[in-house]
Ligand binder design. Structure first.
Ligand code: C2O
Ligand code: CU
Ligand code: CU
Length: 466
């Protein structure tokens, strides 16, 4: 069972960390005159102060000694170069999650590149076609490397951004910390791996234990939520507010309020919201995560200053984001591929090929991928494809496809409204979900669950676009 997060830390520390909580995120990437953005990223161990007060800093694995890594902001449609140097004691790669990039830049060890050895270097180069909220993370021993901090936000900026007063990102990470704020070892717990994965006890926002976010009445904030946890699912409720969802996994949707007021974020998922600060000056409102039954907790608080509202009515500007150049799948002529998710505790399931705990269509691709396994599907470039997920397990699975964005068509046969797209779709226990995409990006692409233990334990396969 998941532990209640943020409950064991003394209140004094909560207060002490307030000042830094929302300012700590560093931004990097230098734009060159030619429009090329060049950056360097160095992986390595570092101690990061996440809790504050007298609690020691946490020993993590980091990009540029930061956890999360530096926020990388890039203009849409302009070339990007990143020289990655590995100063960890083990090999690594960088995956640019959600970006529709060339296969050779996808960062998959043994599939798209050789792993970067300790002391080694790899140069990534691509041009992000879509604006939106994306992220980067290790894809080598990802369970432990992401779990120890190797993740960061990757923001691709619209040529004409929407009108807002502030543009903020919350990179949400979940850690299992001991009383000295050190990572509890044991990333290979087989029992947890067969259930909901390694859910921790401390959720941070931008690498700090969050206390409050200072806001002003009347302002409109674009808030980019990124779940960079290895297992924890979040369901955020903004007490006293009506957030409007404007993008899912970076892709714009029809602006809408979440059905039951909860913003659901499985691991790897991003939700951009527009938040009009309609609360009263001087008051404080809670942001609650109540995904796990009986384990709801206050993630952070919105603290209004005493100033009179910035404007009497919410901003009139549109919340709709400009469209991205993603091709729309043709459903009539699409290839239909069944994707049965199998395994885990309470599955009543026998042994699977490959010996994993989990499987897709009776096969288990484990670890970071065993590339000798045949692909789930071979599809001609340009064809449309419907992935028909059938969750035969008792667990939730955020299913992620590399190299493409898909449209979410239906859940248990009911059409999904608001023109919802994504690269990761959260499939509920026993649920049946259909997504569709145009297979326009040649190469071998991973399709896997983003609960890292599930991926590791066999909930992974590949799709070949030829
Ligand atoms: Cu976030 Cu296989 O990726
Ligand atoms: Cu990915
Ligand atoms: Cu899963």
């Amino acid at each position: 069972m998941p532990l209640t997060p943020n409950a064991t830390l003394p209140r004094r520390q909560l207060l002490l960390s307030a000042a830094g909580a929302f300012t700590a995120a560093a931004t990097k990437a230098a734009a060159m005159p030619a429009g090329i953005t060049i950056t360097r990223l160095t992986t390595g161990p570092a101690a990061v102060r996440m809790i504050g007060g007298e609690t020691p800093a946490t020993e993590l694995w980091t990009y540029d000694r930061l956890a999360p890594g530096p926020i990388i902001r890039l203009p849409q449609g302009k070339p990007f170069h990143a020289a990655v140097e590995n100063r960890l004691a083990q090999s690594t790669t960088v995956h640019w999650h959600g970006i529709r990039l060339p296969n050779a830049m996808d960062g998959i060890p043994g599939l798209t590149q050789k792993p970067i050895p300790p002391g080694g270097r790899f140069d990534y180069a691509f041009t992000p076609p879509d604006a939106g909220t994306f992220w980067y993370h290790s894809h080598d021993n990802g369970l432990e490397q992401i779990g120890r901090g190797l993740a960061g936000a990757l923001l691709i900026e619209e040529a004409v951004p929407p009108t807002v007063d502030r543009d903020l990102v919350w990179t949400l990470q979940d850690w299992r910390l001991d009383p000295d704020a050190q990572i509890v070892p044991g990333f290979d717990n087989r029992m947890e791996a067969a259930m909901d994965g390694r859910v921790g006890n401390t959720v941070t926002i931008n690498g700090r234990l969050p206390a409050t976010l200072a806001v002003r009445a009347g302002e409109r904030v674009r808030l980019r939520l990124l779940n960079a946890a290895i297992a924890r699912i979040l369901a955020l409720r903004f007490e006293g507010h009506r957030p409007v969802i404007v993008a899912l996994d970076g892709q714009p949707c029809d602006p809408h309020e979440p059905a039951d007021g909860r913003i659901l974020l499985g691991p790897a998922m991003r939700v951009d919201i527009m938040l009009d600060m309609q609360g009263e000056p001087g008051r404080t409102y809670q942001v609650v995560d109540d995904f796990y039954e009986r384990l709801s907790y206050t993630l952070t608080r919105l603290a209004y200053d005493q100033a009179t509202p910035l404007r009497p009515h919410p901003l009139a500007a549109t919340r709709q984001l400009p469209p991205n150049p993603v091709p729309r799948p043709e459903l009539g002529s699409a290839v239909l591929q069944e994707v049965r998710l199998q395994g885990g505790m309470m599955s009543g399931m026998g042994r699977m090929m490959g010996g994993g705990t989990w499987a897709i269509n009776d096969r288990s691709m484990t670890g970071d991928g065993s590339m000798s396994m045949p692909p789930l599907l071979r599809i001609a470039r340009g064809r449309s494809c419907i992935l028909d997920f059938r969750n035969e397990t008792a667990w939730w699975h955020p299913m992620h496809l590399h190299g493409h964005s898909f449209r979410v068509l239906s859940r248990n046969g009911a059409p999904v409204p608001h023109d919802a797209w994504g690269d990761t779709v959260l499939v509920r226990p026993r649920e049946h979900v259909r997504v569709a995409f145009v297979a326009d990006n040649p190469g071998t692409w991973l399709l896997h669950c983003h609960v890292m233990e599930h991926q590791d334990g066999g909930l992974m396969t590949t799709i070949d676009v030829i």
